[in-house]
Design a protein around this ligand. Structure first.
Ligand code: C2E
Ligand code: MG
Ligand code: MG
Ligand code: MG
Length: 285
């Protein structure tokens, strides 16, 4: 009967729901343990000046080293981390680790290269963030100018006044502030006028759309606008020489992407900082 079919559908639905809830709870449980055990790792992806392929920075990207040896990327656990609020402690660990690591490389005589970290705004506590930045700089002895904080544009500050204030406070501490995934969310232009970021990172989806004419127009406009507003403009997700050449022709020469390098484990960084990007990079015309 229809009633039975309804009940059947209902129990199927609740099964799927409870499976999901269970998976979420398992992930939350595992994340807590991972935080305690320090099972997180940072990978570093070079930011490159396309003109001379010089490494001008790194983005620290979170990886989770599971007990079974799997290295897991953030899209598998970020949602749970944000919903449970664990993301706050995770992001704090990331910032500390990136600054500690940067300081260690500097102590080895390697050049200082700015490191960017991602901060989730899902559980945003402005005071806690500013205090954390201050204490990380103090504890690690890292140079404030070598730390950049990336905020994802689509998550941008709900309380606009606090947003402006926190950016001002961060900049007062000497750190750089970037808007990440620019163009993916809403009210983008509004944010650019209201907040004084240092860096604007063009979302990968626009870059990967090149040379499609619509994407050409959008990317050219973003670069021009960013430069007119005095932002340093970085293109994310550059995978081909064609994309790189188009971006450079628009005046955007700072790039990140698999064309230059994938995110690398920390062990590979000293050689890269000493020798630059490997020489097997060829122009493929
Ligand atoms: P994001 O901040 O925009 O970081 C760039 C992402 O693009 C990274 O993915 C990177 O591996 C990937 N990528 C770089 N170049 C290319 C390319 O040429 N092609 C393609 N297809 N992808 C490229 P990843 O490491 O998986 O991180 C995904 C997102 O997770 C990040 O996007 C960021 O939003 C978030 N995330 C990463 N680490 C952290 C963290 O420590 N805290 C927080 N809150 N979020 C993080
Ligand atoms: Mg980022
Ligand atoms: Mg991004
Ligand atoms: Mg992203």
């Amino acid at each position: 009967s229809a009633k039975e079919a309804g009940r059947c559908r209902y129990s199927y639905f609740t099964d799927v729901m409870s499976e999901r809830a269970e998976a979420r709870m398992r992930t939350e449980h595992d994340l807590r343990i991972a935080l305690g055990n320090e099972d997180f790792r940072l990978y570093y992806q070079p930011r490159v000046d396309q003109r001379d392929r010089r490494v001008i920075g790194f983005e620290a990207l979170l990886r989770w080293q599971r007990p079974d040896g799997r290295v897991v990327a953030p899209d598998e656990f970020l949602e749970v981390a944000e919903q449970t609020g664990l993301i706050v402690q995770i992001d704090e660990w990331v910032m500390h680790e990136a600054c500690r690591q940067g300081r260690e490389w500097h102590a080895m005589g390697l050049p200082i290269v700015p490191i960017s970290v991602n901060i989730s705004l899902a559980r945003f506590d402005p005071e806690r963030l500013v205090n954390h930045v201050r204490s990380v700089l103090q504890e690690t002895g890292a140079d404030a100018r070598s730390l950049e904080i990336e905020f994802i544009e689509s998550q941008m500050f709900a309380q606009q006044d606090r947003g402006q204030q926190v950016i001002a406070e961060l900049k007062q501490l000497g750190v750089q502030v970037a808007v990440d995934d620019f163009g993916r969310g809403f009210s983008s232009l509004n944010y650019l006028v209201q907040y004084k970021f240092d860096t604007l990172k063009i979302d990968r989806t626009f870059v990967s759309g090149l040379p499609d004419p619509k994407h050409l127009a959008i990317v050219q406009a973003i670069v021009a606008m960013g430069q007119a507003l005095d932002y340093r403009v970085v293109a994310e997700g550059v995978e081909t020489h064609e994309q790189a050449d188009i971006l450079a022709s628009f005046g955007c020469t700072e790039m990140q992407g698999f064309l230059f390098s994938r995110p690398l484990p920390a062990e590979q960084l000293p050689a890269l900082l000493r020798d630059g990007l490997p020489a097997d990079f060829r122009r493929m015309v």
